[in-house]
Design a binder for this molecule. Structure first.
Ligand code: GAR
Length: 211
């Protein structure tokens, strides 16, 4: 059984999609052990509480330096000993020491088709604003492994979503979530939990079922 820690910053709709998928059997061999937020007001924390899942807030604001915050986050994760860390709308840069301690065991959902509209400054609604101002006709979401760069780790899953002429950043964000994020993030966890993902030469490969 894969032990999963989910890191969040906001509304937690991706967290809800993961918990629903565990409950209805879309994800097998995995359980969400804990939810950690950097933001004490994240609705995601309430979602975790309502479902009886252990949750904690580790806010950079409660520490006198970034180094202390990074240390506290690493200590918490080491205490939890997760097999997989899922960044589900976690808008804090993951400290290098966390990446090193959990190499190839951290995945992130990003709301575009990487390598488009990603990297520094592209998060949340800003991604969709970028897509609309560039006039892109197709966007989507990506699940990737986390390395030391911003959105540069091996791509695991992607799903395309059409951009409509009448979209606002908000309507596009919602469609990308509904049609892509809430599907591929649970799917990625399911694949990893069932031993179907290998990373070789900087690329993530999905193995066929039953191999
Ligand atoms: C999601 O759209 C996720 O892809 C995005 O934040 C949102 C969180 O929503 N993440 C990033 O932009 C990371 N660069 P949620 O809290 O409702 O899951």
């Amino acid at each position: 059984m894969l032990k999963v820690a989910v890191l969040v910053s906001g509304g937690g709709t991706n967290l809800a999609a993961i918990l629903d998928a565990v409950k209805d059997g879309t994800i097998t061999n995995a359980r969400v052990e804990a939810v950690i937020s950097n933001n004490p007001n994240a609705y995601a924390l309430e979602r975790a509480a309502k479902r009886g899942i252990a949750h904690a807030c580790i806010s950079p604001k409660s520490f006198e330096s970034r180094e202390r915050f990074n240390r506290a986050l690493l200590d918490k994760l080491k205490e939890l000993e997760p097999d997989l860390i899922v960044l589900a709308g976690f808008l804090v840069v993951i400290p290098p020491e966390v990446i090193a301690a959990f190499r190839n065991r951290i995945i992130n959902i990003h709301p575009s088709l990487i390598p488009a509209f990603c990297g520094k400054g592209y998060y949340g609604l800003k991604v969709h604003e970028g897509v609309l101002s560039r006039g892109a006709k197709v966007t989507g979401a990506t699940v990737h492994f986390v390395d030391e760069g911003t959105d540069t780790g091996p791509i695991l899953l992607q799903k395309a979503v059409a951009v409509e002429e009448t979209d606002t950043p908000e309507t596009l964000q919602r469609r990308v979530m509904e049609q892509a994020e809430w599907k591929i993030l649970p799917e990625a966890i399911h694949l990893i939990a069932n031993g179907r993902v290998r990373i070789a030469d900087g690329r993530a490969v999905v193995l066929p079922d039953g191999e």
